[in-house]
Design a protein around this ligand. Sequence first.
Ligand code: SF4
Length: 192
Amino acid sequence: MSWRSPWRHRSLVTATELLRRLLRRLGVDETPLLRRLVRANNRRVRRYLAAAPPRSVLLILPRCVQRGCCRVDRSGSLAPCRECRDCPLGDLARLAERYGLEALVAYRSHVAFAMARERRPDLILAAACEDRLLKALRSVPEIPALLSPLTGMARPCVDASVDLAWFARELQRLAAAPPPEVPRARHASAGL
Ligand code: SF4
């Protein structure tokens, strides 16, 4: 079974952009619409995962989650954050370690998309602001992604917080899922 995102279709991308433009012109907050699209995506991804449990999961976070004290380097690996108690990245690094996942911070969204394409995980878990989540759905439709909007920030793109309980719930759910079925090798089924 392969993942088929509706965001591969140009018509959905165009219709969403037109709707967003209209809302902006009318002075209406587009956040509820974006959150609805993200929730619909997450439901679709969970249904897909029920039949195709992931073997590899990549956790991607935006730079706004970092605090001033953060020492994550440009490689983006969260491994050095495991001992840190000063920012949400430390909590996420420990969660990722508990579940044996690779976790990265991406400084720009195009870097996050490149990381995803390069590593090609079975599943991405990511947090970002609503606009960037929608951009992720459009830009990397080939990889299923469970997405979580940021829960607040001190000022634009600074000191953002993530929904740690959401990440913990999703990871528990993944850990509780039956292991993926390994396709039997041809020569095994042929009795060789
Ligand atoms: S607030 Fe949005 S655009 Fe700014 S760094 Fe965070 S995810 Fe990126």
